[in-house]
Design a protein around this ligand. Structure first.
Ligand code: APR
Length: 320
């Protein structure tokens, strides 16, 4: 059996980090694609030279030709522009929609059997558009958001309670924007729900509310600090976790921007929900019971995603 092939569309900050992580974990050979000439080739060469130091076997190549992604098992898309301070993810819509069109067509023509993970923002709209442009089945195209948002939530919870992140399990529903819904009730430290920990006097509701707010603005906080560009280490790690779930048929239950048609009362759009990822791609949307506040929060998020889809359709009539 040959090695798996992982194609990374976009060789910027996230793309380069994805390549490093994929190679270190020996998930397969890596192809870095970018429209800028020299960058994917240069990064591939640099990353290849990590191999002898760390002792991993992975061939890493850079290209500007979509033909080189042929036969990819997994494709992770980060092509496009990132936020600058003061911008929301939604401000990227016009530019990144055009990028998704080019990428979707490239995937359709060269690697239609791949499992595709989209990271480009505004995520929920871009993953939808990428699916439309590529024509791949809905279960083979998924967006990375919830794993990252939950990681941010978990990091803050671990800090607040001064416990290992290994024991923290949180999850976040909805769109990857200010309307995301960190679900406190289903967030636990080794099975103990956060509201119970508050009742035990280990934190206060005010502190948890502040953590929820900080999680929602987690990406923006990093954009403001960096001054140029947006977060890339944790987004890349999150994308790799999803790729591993697919390649290893792990059946992991992860919050992802998945195509939801019927579940949660949502009709035919991409939004963050828990899904099971295995060799079949998105094998199942897991429908959990939500209380009224979370349901209302999810609806606000769904409405925000719908608005973005309308904006996409207005910009590109082939999507209407
Ligand atoms: N095809 C392929 N690559 C492209 C295209 C295109 N049509 N247009 C732009 N790119 C490349 C750029 O040349 C750049 O190398 O995409 C890369 C983006 O890299 P960065 O600017 O470093 O952005 P990054 O931090 O990696 O984020 C990428 O993910 O999280 C989101 O909001 C973020 O939308 C942004 C994306």
């Amino acid at each position: 059996m040959g090695r798996k092939k992982i194609a990374l569309i976009g060789a910027g900050n996230i793309g380069g980090t994805l390549a490093l992580l994929a190679a270190q974990k020996e998930l397969g050979d890596v192809v870095l694609f970018d429209v800028v000439e020299g960058v994917p080739q240069g990064k591939a060469l640099d990353l290849s030279q990590v191999g002898p130091v760390q002792g991993f076997d992975a061939k890493i190549t850079g290209t500007n030709d979509y033909a080189d992604i042929a036969g990819a098992d997994v494709i992770i898309v980060t092509a496009g522009v990132a936020r600058k301070p003061g911008m929301s993810r939604d401000d990227l819509l016009g530019i990144n929609l055009k990028v998704m069109k080019a990428v979707g067509e490239g995937i359709k023509a060269n690697a239609p059997d791949a499992f595709v993970i989209c990271i480009t923002n505004p995520l929920d709209a871009m993953v939808w558009a990428l699916r439309e442009f590529s024509g791949l089945p809905h279960n083979k195209v998924v967006g990375m958001a919830g794993v990252l948002d939950s990681a941010r939530f978990s990091h803050f919870i671990a800090d607040e309670f001064a416990v290992s992140v290994k024991d923290v399990n949180t999850f976040v529903l909805g769109g990857h924007g200010d309307t995301m819904v960190p679900v406190v009730r289903y967030s636990t430290i080794n099975g103990i729900p956060v509201p119970d920990l508050v009742k035990m006097g280990l934190s206060t509701q005010d502190k948890i509310d502040a953590i929820v707010k900080r999680t929602r603005g987690g990406g923006g906080e990093i954009v403001a600090l960096l001054g140029t560009g947006s977060a890339f280490y944790a987004p890349a790690a999150s994308g790799i976790a999803m790729a591993e779930a697919y390649l290893g048929d792990q059946k992991r239950v992860l919050p992802c921007a998945a195509y939801v048609d019927g579940q949660y009362g949502v009709d035919g759009l991409y939004v963050g929900v828990p899904v099971q990822i295995g060799a079949g791609g998105v094998e199942k949307v897991v429908e959990i019971a939500l209380d009224d506040a979370d349901k209302a929060g999810l609806q606000v998020s769904v409405d925000a995603v719908k608005e973005l889809l309308e904006a996409c359709k207005a910009l590109d009539s082939s999507l209407a």
